[in-house]
Design a protein around this ligand. Structure first.
Ligand code: CMP
Length: 143
C-alpha cells in the first residue's frame, strides 16, 4: 500500500484548516495511517528540507516551519503520492488551480498551507523523520 507524508504547515494550523484538509483526503478515499500535532525543532526542519539547503529562502523556510504547530500525517492508498500532490496544487499558490488546497486557501509560496512528499523516496524518508513505526496503524483488509 503506497503511503505519503503530508503536513499542514503553521499557517494552515493557525487558520483552522486542519479539518478542511483532512476532510478532503478522507472524502477522496484515502486512509489516514498516522497523525500528530507537533512543533518542529530546527534540527528536524533542517533535515526535512535538506534538499533546499543552498536555496536563498532556506533560512526563511526553516524559521517559518518552526514558527508554530504543524499537523503531520501519513496517508495511504493507490497512487496517493501523486494524487495528493494534484489535490494540493502547484507549490506557488498563484499558479495553483482553483479546487486545489493551495488554489483555494493560499496566496504566497512561503505560506502555502501544506507540504506533501514528491516521490516514493521522499515519502519514505519523510515518514521516517516524523513517525515511529508504532505510531502508524494497520487496517484490517476488508472482506
Ligand atoms: P514545500 O512543498 O513545503 O517544499 C519546500 C518549500 O519551500 C515549498 O513548499 C515552499 O513553501 C517553499 N518555497 C519555495 N520557493 C520559495 C521562495 N521563493 N521563497 C520562500 N519559500 C519558498
Amino acid at each position: 500500500m503506497e503511503q505519503t507524508f503530508l503536513m499542514v504547515k503553521p499557517d494552515g494550523v493557525q487558520r483552522n484548516l486542519i479539518g478542511e484538509i483532512v476532510s478532503r483526503f478522507e472524502k477522496k478515499g484515502f486512509q489516514l495511517a498516522g497523525a500528530k500535532l507537533m512543533t518542529i525543532s530546527r534540527e528536524l526542519a533542517e533535515n526535512h528540507y535538506a534538499e533546499h539547503k543552498e536555496r536563498p529562502f532556506f533560512g526563511d523556510l526553516v524559521n517559518f516551519i518552526t514558527s508554530g504547530p504543524v499537523f503531520a500525517m501519513v496517508w495511504q492508498g493507490e497512487n496517493v503520492i501523486a494524487t495528493a500532490r494534484n489535490m494540493m496544487g502547484k507549490t506557488n499558490p498563484g499558479e495553483a488551480a482553483p479546487g486545489t488546497i493551495r488554489g483555494d486557501f493560499a496566496v504566497q509560496v512561503s505560506n502555502n498551507v501544506i507540504h506533501g512528499s514528491d516521490s516514493p523516496e521522499s515519502a519514505e524518508r519523510e515518514i521516517g523523520l516524523f513517525f515511529h513505526e508504532e505510531e502508524l496503524v494497520q487496517y484490517e483488509k476488508a472482506g
